[in-house]
Design a binder for this molecule. Sequence first.
Ligand code: ZN
Ligand code: ZN
Length: 356
Amino acid sequence: MIHRRLTAVRIAMTKIRLQAFLVTEMAHVRYLTGFSGSNGLCVITPEKQFFVTDRRYKSQAPQEVDGFTIIIAKQNLFPLITEKSLIPKQARTGFESEYVSMADLKSLKKLLPGRHFAPTTKILETVTALKDDGEIALIRYAAKITDKVFKKILALIRPGIRECDIAAEISYWHRKYGAECDAFDPIVASGERGALPHARASDKIIRRGEMVVLDFGCRYCGYHSDLTRTIAVGKPSAEMKKIYKIVVEAQKKAIDTVRHGVEAWLVDAVARKHIRLAGYGRYFIHSLGHGLGIHVHEPLRLSALSTAILQTGNVVTIEPGIYIPEIGGVRIEDDIVVREDNCDVLTTSPKELIIV
Ligand code: ZN
Ligand code: ZN
Protein backbone atom coordinates (compact mmCIF):
# COMPACT_ATOMS: atom_id res chain seq x y z
CA MET A 1 0.00 0.00 0.00
CA ILE A 2 2.69 2.46 1.10
CA HIS A 3 4.72 1.42 -1.93
CA ARG A 4 1.85 2.29 -4.32
CA ARG A 5 1.48 5.71 -2.71
CA LEU A 6 5.20 6.43 -2.95
CA THR A 7 5.20 5.42 -6.59
CA ALA A 8 2.35 7.83 -7.30
CA VAL A 9 4.25 10.63 -5.58
CA ARG A 10 7.41 9.86 -7.54
CA ILE A 11 5.51 9.93 -10.83
CA ALA A 12 4.12 13.35 -9.88
CA MET A 13 7.63 14.51 -8.89
CA THR A 14 9.03 13.48 -12.27
CA LYS A 15 6.31 15.41 -14.07
CA ILE A 16 7.37 18.66 -12.46
CA ARG A 17 11.10 17.80 -12.47
CA LEU A 18 11.66 17.49 -8.74
CA GLN A 19 14.74 15.65 -7.50
CA ALA A 20 13.55 15.79 -3.91
CA PHE A 21 10.25 16.41 -2.17
CA LEU A 22 9.75 17.51 1.40
CA VAL A 23 6.40 16.52 2.95
CA THR A 24 5.51 18.37 6.14
CA GLU A 25 1.69 18.34 6.35
CA MET A 26 0.93 15.73 9.01
CA ALA A 27 -2.06 14.07 7.29
CA HIS A 28 0.13 13.66 4.20
CA VAL A 29 2.99 12.30 6.32
CA ARG A 30 0.56 9.81 7.86
CA TYR A 31 -0.81 8.85 4.45
CA LEU A 32 2.67 8.05 3.18
CA THR A 33 4.25 6.47 6.25
CA GLY A 34 1.49 5.32 8.61
CA PHE A 35 2.84 7.54 11.39
CA SER A 36 0.02 8.92 13.58
CA GLY A 37 2.05 11.24 15.85
CA SER A 38 2.05 15.03 15.69
CA ASN A 39 5.60 15.84 14.62
CA GLY A 40 7.38 14.43 11.61
CA LEU A 41 8.35 14.98 8.01
CA CYS A 42 9.27 12.95 4.94
CA VAL A 43 12.00 13.46 2.39
CA ILE A 44 11.44 11.61 -0.85
CA THR A 45 14.01 11.37 -3.62
CA PRO A 46 13.78 9.24 -6.78
CA GLU A 47 15.51 6.30 -5.01
CA LYS A 48 15.12 6.85 -1.29
CA GLN A 49 12.57 7.82 1.31
CA PHE A 50 13.23 9.09 4.83
CA PHE A 51 10.98 9.79 7.78
CA VAL A 52 12.24 12.23 10.43
CA THR A 53 10.62 12.66 13.84
CA ASP A 54 11.68 13.65 17.36
CA ARG A 55 12.73 11.64 20.42
CA ARG A 56 9.22 11.42 21.87
CA TYR A 57 8.35 9.04 19.04
CA LYS A 58 11.45 6.84 19.26
CA SER A 59 9.45 3.69 20.01
CA GLN A 60 6.18 4.65 18.26
CA ALA A 61 7.81 5.43 14.90
CA PRO A 62 9.25 1.95 14.21
CA GLN A 63 5.92 0.38 15.17
CA GLU A 64 3.91 2.50 12.75
CA VAL A 65 6.19 3.57 9.92
CA ASP A 66 6.40 1.24 6.97
CA GLY A 67 8.93 1.37 4.14
CA PHE A 68 10.81 4.52 5.18
CA THR A 69 14.24 4.93 6.76
CA ILE A 70 13.49 6.37 10.21
CA ILE A 71 15.64 9.15 11.61
CA ILE A 72 15.17 10.43 15.16
CA ALA A 73 16.05 14.08 15.80
CA LYS A 74 17.19 15.34 19.19
CA GLN A 75 15.22 18.55 18.78
CA ASN A 76 14.33 20.33 15.56
CA LEU A 77 13.72 18.20 12.49
CA PHE A 78 15.07 20.44 9.72
CA PRO A 79 18.78 20.33 10.77
CA LEU A 80 18.70 16.53 10.41
CA ILE A 81 18.05 16.93 6.68
CA THR A 82 21.48 18.57 6.43
CA GLU A 83 23.28 16.39 8.99
CA LYS A 84 22.19 13.18 7.30
CA SER A 85 22.50 14.64 3.75
CA LEU A 86 18.97 13.57 2.88
CA ILE A 87 18.62 16.01 -0.01
CA PRO A 88 21.36 15.88 -2.66
CA LYS A 89 23.21 19.11 -3.37
CA GLN A 90 21.67 21.17 -6.16
CA ALA A 91 18.49 19.12 -6.08
CA ARG A 92 15.36 20.88 -7.20
CA THR A 93 13.34 20.37 -4.03
CA GLY A 94 9.57 20.59 -3.82
CA PHE A 95 7.88 21.71 -0.64
CA GLU A 96 4.20 21.96 0.31
CA SER A 97 3.76 25.70 -0.04
CA GLU A 98 0.34 25.75 1.62
CA TYR A 99 1.80 24.27 4.79
CA VAL A 100 5.34 25.68 5.04
CA SER A 101 5.58 29.06 6.76
CA MET A 102 7.85 31.82 5.50
CA ALA A 103 9.98 31.34 8.63
CA ASP A 104 10.38 27.61 7.93
CA LEU A 105 11.29 28.25 4.31
CA LYS A 106 13.89 30.78 5.40
CA SER A 107 15.53 28.32 7.78
CA LEU A 108 15.41 25.54 5.16
CA LYS A 109 17.17 27.77 2.64
CA LYS A 110 19.81 28.58 5.23
CA LEU A 111 20.31 24.94 6.21
CA LEU A 112 20.32 23.66 2.65
CA PRO A 113 22.23 26.11 0.48
CA GLY A 114 22.46 25.29 -3.19
CA ARG A 115 19.06 23.60 -3.46
CA HIS A 116 16.39 25.21 -5.53
CA PHE A 117 13.14 25.21 -3.55
CA ALA A 118 10.03 24.82 -5.68
CA PRO A 119 6.61 25.48 -4.15
CA THR A 120 4.08 22.72 -4.88
CA THR A 121 0.41 22.46 -4.02
CA LYS A 122 -0.93 19.55 -5.99
CA ILE A 123 1.18 16.43 -5.46
CA LEU A 124 -0.43 14.76 -2.45
CA GLU A 125 -3.72 16.57 -3.06
CA THR A 126 -3.96 14.76 -6.41
CA VAL A 127 -2.70 11.38 -5.20
CA THR A 128 -5.03 11.31 -2.18
CA ALA A 129 -8.15 12.28 -4.16
CA LEU A 130 -8.46 8.71 -5.45
CA LYS A 131 -9.24 6.36 -2.59
CA ASP A 132 -8.54 2.64 -2.62
CA ASP A 133 -10.87 0.05 -1.08
CA GLY A 134 -9.02 0.10 2.24
CA GLU A 135 -9.41 3.85 2.53
CA ILE A 136 -13.07 3.70 1.55
CA ALA A 137 -13.63 1.08 4.25
CA LEU A 138 -12.15 3.48 6.84
CA ILE A 139 -14.33 6.40 5.68
CA ARG A 140 -17.34 4.05 5.73
CA TYR A 141 -16.49 3.11 9.30
CA ALA A 142 -16.08 6.77 10.31
CA ALA A 143 -19.51 7.41 8.73
CA LYS A 144 -20.96 4.49 10.64
CA ILE A 145 -19.71 5.94 13.94
CA THR A 146 -21.25 9.31 13.07
CA ASP A 147 -24.56 7.68 12.10
CA LYS A 148 -24.59 5.96 15.49
CA VAL A 149 -23.91 9.28 17.21
CA PHE A 150 -26.83 10.88 15.34
CA LYS A 151 -29.15 8.16 16.62
CA LYS A 152 -27.83 8.66 20.13
CA ILE A 153 -28.27 12.43 20.22
CA LEU A 154 -31.77 12.26 18.75
CA ALA A 155 -32.81 10.81 22.07
CA LEU A 156 -31.20 13.74 23.90
CA ILE A 157 -32.55 16.72 21.96
CA ARG A 158 -35.58 18.29 23.61
CA PRO A 159 -36.89 21.80 24.27
CA GLY A 160 -34.83 23.52 26.96
CA ILE A 161 -31.45 21.96 26.17
CA ARG A 162 -28.63 24.22 24.94
CA GLU A 163 -26.93 23.82 21.54
CA CYS A 164 -23.55 23.46 23.27
CA ASP A 165 -24.88 20.57 25.40
CA ILE A 166 -25.73 18.70 22.20
CA ALA A 167 -22.30 19.53 20.74
CA ALA A 168 -20.65 18.13 23.88
CA GLU A 169 -22.69 14.94 23.57
CA ILE A 170 -21.67 14.60 19.92
CA SER A 171 -17.97 14.84 20.83
CA TYR A 172 -18.41 12.45 23.76
CA TRP A 173 -20.23 9.79 21.77
CA HIS A 174 -17.83 10.02 18.84
CA ARG A 175 -15.01 9.11 21.24
CA LYS A 176 -17.12 6.54 23.03
CA TYR A 177 -17.85 4.76 19.72
CA GLY A 178 -14.17 4.62 18.80
CA ALA A 179 -13.38 7.80 16.84
CA GLU A 180 -9.98 9.50 17.30
CA CYS A 181 -11.69 12.88 17.59
CA ASP A 182 -14.30 15.13 16.03
CA ALA A 183 -13.57 16.01 12.40
CA PHE A 184 -14.40 19.66 13.30
CA ASP A 185 -16.29 21.50 16.03
CA PRO A 186 -19.87 20.22 15.77
CA ILE A 187 -22.40 22.65 14.30
CA VAL A 188 -25.65 22.76 16.23
CA ALA A 189 -27.76 25.66 14.94
CA SER A 190 -31.35 25.96 16.11
CA GLY A 191 -34.19 28.22 15.02
CA GLU A 192 -33.04 31.32 13.17
CA ARG A 193 -29.39 30.43 13.87
CA GLY A 194 -29.95 27.64 11.33
CA ALA A 195 -29.74 30.33 8.66
CA LEU A 196 -26.00 30.65 9.38
CA PRO A 197 -24.44 27.77 7.43
CA HIS A 198 -21.40 27.53 9.69
CA ALA A 199 -22.80 28.47 13.08
CA ARG A 200 -20.86 26.83 15.88
CA ALA A 201 -22.92 25.51 18.75
CA SER A 202 -23.75 28.39 21.11
CA ASP A 203 -25.34 28.55 24.56
CA LYS A 204 -28.71 29.23 22.92
CA ILE A 205 -31.53 27.14 24.33
CA ILE A 206 -33.39 25.00 21.79
CA ARG A 207 -37.10 25.81 21.84
CA ARG A 208 -40.20 23.92 20.78
CA GLY A 209 -41.19 24.56 17.15
CA GLU A 210 -37.58 25.14 16.00
CA MET A 211 -35.63 23.18 13.47
CA VAL A 212 -32.03 22.30 14.31
CA VAL A 213 -29.17 21.90 11.81
CA LEU A 214 -26.70 19.31 13.11
CA ASP A 215 -23.44 19.06 11.14
CA PHE A 216 -20.75 16.86 12.60
CA GLY A 217 -18.22 14.19 11.77
CA CYS A 218 -15.33 12.26 13.19
CA ARG A 219 -11.86 10.97 12.36
CA TYR A 220 -11.18 7.25 12.43
CA CYS A 221 -7.70 5.87 11.62
CA GLY A 222 -6.92 9.18 9.90
CA TYR A 223 -10.11 9.29 7.77
CA HIS A 224 -13.12 11.58 8.18
CA SER A 225 -16.88 11.49 8.09
CA ASP A 226 -19.08 14.56 7.62
CA LEU A 227 -22.85 14.34 8.16
CA THR A 228 -25.61 16.94 8.32
CA ARG A 229 -29.18 16.32 9.33
CA THR A 230 -31.83 18.89 10.13
CA ILE A 231 -34.51 17.86 12.60
CA ALA A 232 -37.58 19.48 14.11
CA VAL A 233 -38.15 19.92 17.83
CA GLY A 234 -41.92 19.84 18.06
CA LYS A 235 -44.07 20.72 15.07
CA PRO A 236 -42.23 22.95 12.56
CA SER A 237 -43.83 25.75 10.54
CA ALA A 238 -45.34 24.97 7.13
CA GLU A 239 -42.57 26.94 5.41
CA MET A 240 -39.77 25.05 7.17
CA LYS A 241 -41.44 21.77 6.25
CA LYS A 242 -41.63 22.90 2.64
CA ILE A 243 -37.95 23.90 2.58
CA TYR A 244 -36.99 20.59 4.11
CA LYS A 245 -38.72 18.69 1.33
CA ILE A 246 -37.04 20.80 -1.37
CA VAL A 247 -33.57 20.20 0.10
CA VAL A 248 -34.14 16.43 0.34
CA GLU A 249 -35.28 16.34 -3.29
CA ALA A 250 -32.36 18.48 -4.48
CA GLN A 251 -29.92 16.22 -2.67
CA LYS A 252 -31.47 13.08 -4.15
CA LYS A 253 -31.30 14.51 -7.68
CA ALA A 254 -27.63 15.41 -7.20
CA ILE A 255 -26.77 11.96 -5.80
CA ASP A 256 -28.57 10.32 -8.74
CA THR A 257 -26.37 12.32 -11.15
CA VAL A 258 -23.06 11.11 -9.72
CA ARG A 259 -21.00 8.58 -11.63
CA HIS A 260 -17.51 8.28 -13.12
CA GLY A 261 -16.86 10.92 -15.78
CA VAL A 262 -19.47 13.48 -14.72
CA GLU A 263 -18.34 17.08 -14.35
CA ALA A 264 -18.39 18.27 -10.75
CA TRP A 265 -20.12 21.54 -11.72
CA LEU A 266 -22.98 19.59 -13.27
CA VAL A 267 -23.81 17.80 -10.01
CA ASP A 268 -23.86 21.18 -8.27
CA ALA A 269 -26.06 22.59 -11.06
CA VAL A 270 -28.62 19.79 -10.74
CA ALA A 271 -29.21 20.52 -7.04
CA ARG A 272 -29.11 24.27 -7.60
CA LYS A 273 -31.66 24.13 -10.42
CA HIS A 274 -34.11 22.17 -8.27
CA ILE A 275 -33.83 24.71 -5.47
CA ARG A 276 -34.07 27.62 -7.90
CA LEU A 277 -37.20 26.27 -9.60
CA ALA A 278 -38.78 25.86 -6.16
CA GLY A 279 -38.20 29.60 -5.64
CA TYR A 280 -35.34 29.46 -3.15
CA GLY A 281 -32.31 29.86 -5.44
CA ARG A 282 -30.92 32.89 -3.66
CA TYR A 283 -30.94 31.07 -0.34
CA PHE A 284 -28.57 28.28 -1.43
CA ILE A 285 -25.41 30.22 -0.67
CA HIS A 286 -22.57 27.70 -0.78
CA SER A 287 -21.23 25.02 -3.07
CA LEU A 288 -22.80 21.56 -3.13
CA GLY A 289 -19.95 19.55 -1.68
CA HIS A 290 -16.27 18.87 -1.13
CA GLY A 291 -13.77 16.06 -1.19
CA LEU A 292 -13.44 14.04 2.00
CA GLY A 293 -10.75 11.68 3.26
CA ILE A 294 -7.53 12.35 5.19
CA HIS A 295 -8.79 15.92 5.42
CA VAL A 296 -12.37 16.87 6.13
CA HIS A 297 -12.26 19.41 3.30
CA GLU A 298 -10.22 18.22 0.35
CA PRO A 299 -9.62 20.35 -2.76
CA LEU A 300 -12.10 18.52 -5.00
CA ARG A 301 -15.19 20.76 -5.05
CA LEU A 302 -18.69 20.31 -6.37
CA SER A 303 -19.35 23.93 -7.30
CA ALA A 304 -20.33 26.07 -10.26
CA LEU A 305 -16.68 27.02 -10.80
CA SER A 306 -15.18 23.54 -10.45
CA THR A 307 -13.34 22.14 -13.46
CA ALA A 308 -12.99 18.68 -11.91
CA ILE A 309 -14.38 15.52 -13.48
CA LEU A 310 -15.53 12.93 -10.98
CA GLN A 311 -13.64 9.66 -11.02
CA THR A 312 -14.22 6.23 -9.55
CA GLY A 313 -12.73 6.32 -6.06
CA ASN A 314 -13.39 10.00 -5.33
CA VAL A 315 -15.17 10.51 -2.02
CA VAL A 316 -17.23 13.70 -1.76
CA THR A 317 -20.03 15.20 0.28
CA ILE A 318 -23.37 16.21 -1.20
CA GLU A 319 -24.82 18.95 0.99
CA PRO A 320 -27.42 21.33 -0.43
CA GLY A 321 -29.02 23.83 1.91
CA ILE A 322 -31.53 26.66 2.08
CA TYR A 323 -30.91 29.47 4.57
CA ILE A 324 -33.50 32.16 5.13
CA PRO A 325 -32.27 35.01 7.31
CA GLU A 326 -34.22 35.46 10.54
CA ILE A 327 -36.26 32.33 9.85
CA GLY A 328 -33.95 29.35 9.77
CA GLY A 329 -32.15 26.88 7.61
CA VAL A 330 -32.09 23.33 6.36
CA ARG A 331 -29.05 21.39 5.17
CA ILE A 332 -28.72 17.70 4.46
CA GLU A 333 -25.32 16.15 3.86
CA ASP A 334 -24.14 12.68 2.97
CA ASP A 335 -20.75 11.22 2.10
CA ILE A 336 -20.57 9.32 -1.17
CA VAL A 337 -18.03 7.30 -3.18
CA VAL A 338 -18.01 7.76 -6.94
CA ARG A 339 -18.42 4.47 -8.81
CA GLU A 340 -18.35 3.57 -12.50
CA ASP A 341 -22.13 3.91 -13.07
CA ASN A 342 -23.43 5.55 -9.90
CA CYS A 343 -22.27 6.15 -6.34
CA ASP A 344 -22.31 4.50 -2.92
CA VAL A 345 -23.77 6.52 -0.08
CA LEU A 346 -21.66 5.92 3.03
CA THR A 347 -23.78 7.79 5.59
CA THR A 348 -27.09 6.06 6.24
CA SER A 349 -28.97 8.25 8.75
CA PRO A 350 -32.64 8.69 7.80
CA LYS A 351 -33.72 11.66 5.71
CA GLU A 352 -37.47 11.77 6.28
CA LEU A 353 -38.24 14.70 8.57
CA ILE A 354 -37.67 13.64 12.16
CA ILE A 355 -39.76 15.43 14.79
CA VAL A 356 -38.58 14.91 18.36
ZN1 ZN B 1 -20.64 18.91 7.27
ZN1 ZN C 1 -19.22 19.06 4.52
